[in-house]
Design a protein around this ligand. Structure first.
Ligand code: NAP
Ligand code: ZN
Ligand code: ZN
Length: 370
């Protein structure tokens, strides 16, 4: 399908509506206000007014084309919570006025073996990411949550537990599920020692969730300023990863390690912490390859794995788990006009522990840098 420019007339011609968003036209350009099209709701669609959107490090990797796959204009954001403003006539799960959430995916083929197993993130045809994926309806790329509203098939819309703070719930949609899914897959629970590497958005959710699953949690951080916080978040112990003496304390001791580091680091130092049959799952996605030494894996029959977000049913399960255990993210609220500054702080590890954008700020007249 031909991509149609986001003008009011163009939108009308393809049965879409033009809305305000924040995004970028190039890897080196700052994010700024721009217009995008949202399709008018089809029979199975839910239209959501976005109230809050979390800021994931993947947003930054994508906006700056660090994974070499970005098509511009790019509107990031896949930790979306908001209010339902209209529904198609076949929608059964949501009604106008309900709270609703959207995570990292807005569609998949729904027919392959993985989709049928609830593993839509590993769809054989490739899942449709909330941003930077081919949009099956509009012919452009999909555009994410740094925008006024979004239209999503109800099969990919999640319910939000009512007892949780809404803004602090937004990061669960990526940081929450990306850590919950591997912790569950590798059967983390009581009697196990679990390492969490990198206390950022994902890492701090991993600490809370692994504790709620009953494990002993040890945080590995490069930031001395995060030691006390890690304990407050529930860690049983905290190791400054640059201190070899402290690292040696856990050599060969951990059942499972979740690595959520966004930049280059020595993965071998963490593989060496695993006991016999232990696994390290990488969720952090640095731009460059991470060299792995054979003798980090061979002794102790260690496994080195990866994991990507989680399926839709599992995302709902995670939200319900967080509702039951009263788990939300520790957030710093920003206006959309502060997003470029927030990205710079993210690069310095200077966020405790997730930026969440108050999307009401997009409605402000003045969208200059705050
Ligand atoms: P984040 O909030 O920026 O946290 C990353 C943390 O990594 C930092 O807080 C810091 O923790 C540590 N770190 C950063 N630079 C480092 C360096 N040079 N050496 C060692 N440690 C460093 O990022 P996030 O949003 O949690 O995302 C983390 C990574 O996961 C990103 O690469 C993101 O793209 C990826 N991701 C993957 C998936 C998936 O499905 N697999 C989903 C979402 C995100 P300390 O200060 O504690 O050292
Ligand atoms: Zn993310
Ligand atoms: Zn599929």
């Amino acid at each position: 399908m031909e991509a149609v420019k986001a003008t009011a007339e163009g939108a009308k011609a393809i049965n879409a509506t033009q809305v305000k968003a924040f995004g970028t036209e190039a890897a080196e350009a700052p994010l700024q206000e721009l217009n995008i099209n949202r399709r008018n709701p089809k029979p199975h669609d839910v239209a959501i007014e976005i109230l809050y959107c979390g800021v994931c490090h993947s947003d930054l990797h994508t906006a700056r084309n660090e994974w070499h796959s970005t098509i511009y204009p790019c509107v990031p954001g896949h930790e979306i919570v908001g209010k339902v403003v209209s529904v198609g006539n076949h929608v059964s799960k949501f009604k106008v006025g309900d709270l609703a959430a959207v995570g990292c995916m807005v569609d998949s083929c729904r027919e392959c073996q993985y989709c049928k197993e609830g593993l839509e993130q590993y769809c054989e045809e490739g899942n449709t990411g909330t941003y930077n994926s081919p949009d099956k309806h509009l012919g452009t790329q999909t555009h994410g949550g740094y925008s006024e509203s979004i239209v999503v098939d109800e099969a990919f819309v999640l319910r939000v537990p009512e007892n949780l703070d809404l803004a602090a719930t937004a990061p669960l949609l990526c940081a929450g599920i990306t850590t919950y899914s591997p912790l569950k897959h590798w059967h983390v629970g009581p009697g196990q020692k679990v390492g969490v590497v990198g206390l950022g958005g994902l890492g701090h959710m991993a600490v809370k969730i692994a504790k709620a699953m009953g494990a002993d949690v040890i945080v590995f951080t490069t930031s001395p300023s995060k030691v006390e916080d890690a304990k407050r978040l529930g860690a049983d112990d905290v190791v400054l990863s640059k201190d070899e003496e402290q690292m040696r304390r856990y050599a060969g001791k951990l059942h499972f390690v979740l690595d959520a580091v966004s930049a280059q680091h020595d993965i071998n130092a963490y593989l060496n912490l695993l006991r016999v049959d232990g696994s390290l799952a990488l969720v952090g996605a640095p731009e460059q390859p991470l060299p792995v030494a054979a003798f980090s894996l061979i002794p102790y029959r260690r496994s080195f794995a990866g994991s990507m977000i989680g399926g839709i049913a599992e995302t709902q399960e995670m939200l319900d788990f967080c509702g039951k255990h009263n788990i939300v993210s520790d957030i710093e609220m920003i206006n959309i006009q502060q997003i470029n500054e927030a990205y710079e702080r993210l690069l310095k590890g200077d966020v405790k522990y997730r930026f969440v954008i108050d999307m009401a700020s997009l409605k402000n007249e003045d969208t200059k840098q705050a």
